[in-house]
Design a protein around this ligand. Structure first.
Ligand code: AMP
Ligand code: ZN
Length: 140
């Protein structure tokens, strides 16, 4: 459902300006207004879906293909050393705009200020991993 108050719906409909990189009938990509690193881009479906989990497969596919292309360009032409592809789902995971978007974040040097760390939680070292795997497997 499109929402009148959604800032990304307004960008998709050219109601408010953005620095557009790519656009077709279904997808639009534009620079994030708060650049984490130079070239930090957002790729979104034009149609409003709350987040990745709510978006139909064909649009996820289209969004990811555009994200891949932009990542390739940032590596080749911006000389990025790496790329993080990130999508946040719900507030608890840091989602602030409730319209599905994929961040394409070029990484230039290890000290470029962006951190995404996977630190093993030692308190979880005794988990029953086969039981957890089965719990998810049973629902797929
Ligand atoms: P998230 O926290 O994953 O929901 O990311 C939302 C992103 O949207 C943030 O990185 C914001 O900087 C960005 N953002 C919010 N409003 C705009 C806007 N009008 N134009 C471009 N980027 C925006
Ligand atoms: Zn929207």
């Amino acid at each position: 459902m499109a929402t009148n108050n959604c800032i990304f719906c307004k960008i998709a409909n050219h109601i408010i300006p953005s620095n557009i990189i790519y656009e077709d009938d279904d997808v639009i990509a534009f620079l994030d207004a708060s650049q984490v690193t130079v070239g930090h881009t957002l790729v979104i479906p034009k149609k409003h879906y709350e987040n990745f989990l709510a978006t139909p497969h064909y649009l996820i596919s289209k969004v990811m293909i555009v994200a891949q292309r932009i990542g390739q360009i940032l590596i080749k032409d911006f000389k990025a050393k790496g790329i993080n592809i990130l999508t946040n789902c719900y507030e608890a995971a840091g989602q602030s705009v409730m319209h599905f978007h994929v961040h394409v974040i070029p990484r230039y040097i290890s000290s470029d200020g962006f951190r995404l760390e996977f630190m093993e939680n030692q308190e979880l070292s005794n988990l029953n991993l086969p039981a957890i795997a089965n719990q998810i497997k049973d629902k797929i």
